[in-house]
Design a protein around this ligand. Structure first.
Ligand SMILES: NC(=O)c1ccc[n+]([C@@H]2O[C@H](COP(=O)([O-])OP(=O)(O)OC[C@H]3O[C@@H](n4cnc5c(N)ncnc54)[C@H](O)[C@@H]3O)[C@@H](O)[C@H]2O)c1
Length: 332
């Protein structure tokens, strides 16, 4: 496990709880964090340099949960060393890096999966089932919005100015719509604002809207990092899909609980929640799926190309914001 931050801890915890896996080693450039994570989740060793994990012949698979812009080097080091890799989303923040990862995995004959965990979220699984059995006919149009309160760029992430809602949030929504409607994205037209956060010292997009043309359907992707702290959850996550015979609406931010005290909140507990010494929630499922498929060699739900397509759409979104023109989505 490389990168022992917020999400890396979820990977480490899952490996430590899953009976088919053994947490061999954790790595973080912050030594205290690596040491504490190893102690907390029972890893046999810890390191501050990911090359140590790459050189360890006992390690078969590695999760990479470094910041969005820092996936390439550890991913390539692990693939080159013949290890299977589960990389956090986005796979990469440019098409070239994603291509390098995919080609290296192919050359080395190892598995490479991007952690698009919403494919394991009950609401999206239910939507997928409804679409696949034909309940809404053929998808015509979709809308999806995933946004964060200002807490995320200002307090939660130490590296927000080196990413943005396009790399932190759009990977989830681009992947999920493509997966739900089973169509390929071809062209993007996007606009974005980069004023408010910049003025406050975080050089990132405030908000983005992108219209993406798929093979037949089209979808609007909306994201923002400037929701007020008074919003009852750290995320705002809604979607609707209109088909020839029906419509699906969902609110993926709501786990069905409201808490009113000094503040009013909708805690998001569907992803990961303490459960009497273990964890429940869908965040652990793709990590367990990765372990299962590494062990049995069967096809994974998330294929290497899926990581590329998402990166390619977001790269085109950035290009379109800059050019003011529609931009084609590159193919692998
Ligand atoms: N936080 C979330 O809600 C969330 C959700 C889904 C996915 N993710 C993804 O997970 C990844 C990590 O995000 P996070 O929120 O956990 O960030 P984080 O800042 O909490 O953790 C990143 C960790 O990586 C370490 N690190 C940086 N460079 C390193 C290197 N070269 N070698 C070893 N360790 C290194 C940092 O010291 C830090 O501990 C990102 O790609 C992010 O998009 C985060």
């Amino acid at each position: 496990m490389v990168g022992c931050g917020i999400f890396g801890s979820i990977h480490a915890r899952t490996y430590s709880e899953y009976e088919k896996a053994e947490l061999a080693a954790v790595c973080d450039i912050d030594e205290a964090r690596a040491r504490e994570t190893a102690a907390k989740f029972g890893a046999s060793s810890y390191a501050t340099d990911f090359e140590e994990l790459a050189a360890n012949p006992d390690i078969e698979a590695v999760s990479i949960a470094t910041p969005d812009f820092a996936h390439l080097e550890p991913v390539l080091a692990m693939l080159e060393a013949g290890k299977n890799v589960l990389v956090e989303k986005p796979m990469a923040t440019n098409n070239e890096d994603a291509r390098k990862m995919i080609n290296t995995a192919k050359e080395k004959g190892v598995r490479l999966m991007t952690d698009f965990h919403n494919r394991f979220s009950p609401v999206f699984l239910q939507a997928k089932e409804a679409i696949d059995v034909g309940e809404i006919g053929k998808a015509v149009m979709a809308y999806i919005r995933l946004a964060n309160t200002r807490y995320v760029p200002f307090e939660m992430l130490g590296w927000s100015g080196k990413s943005g809602p396009q790399w932190f949030l759009l990977p989830h929504t681009v992947d999920i719509i493509r997966w739900l409607i089973s169509q390929e994205p071809r062209e993007v037209y996007a606009t974005g604002s980069r004023k408010y956060l910049k003025k406050q010292g975080v050089d990132a997009y405030d908000a983005i809207q992108a219209l993406v043309k798929f093979d037949e359907a089209f979808a609007t992707f909306e994201t923002a990092w400037i929701l007020p702290e008074g919003w009852p959850s750290v995320i705002d996550f809604v979607a609707s899909i209109v088909g020839t015979e029906g419509k699906i609406d969902l609110d993926a931010a709501r786990s069905g609980i409201s808490v009113a005290g000094e503040k009013f909140s909708h805690p998001f507990c569907a992803g990961q929640q303490e459960a009497h010494g273990r964890t429940v929630g869908f965040f652990r499922l793709p990590i367990m799926h990765f372990v299962d498929r590494v062990l049995d060699g069967r096809e994974m739900v998330i294929k290497p190309e899926d990581g590329f397509v998402v990166t390619a759409v977001i790269e085109s979104i950035e290009k379109s914001i800059a050019s003011g023109q529609p931009e084609k989505v590159e193919e692998l």
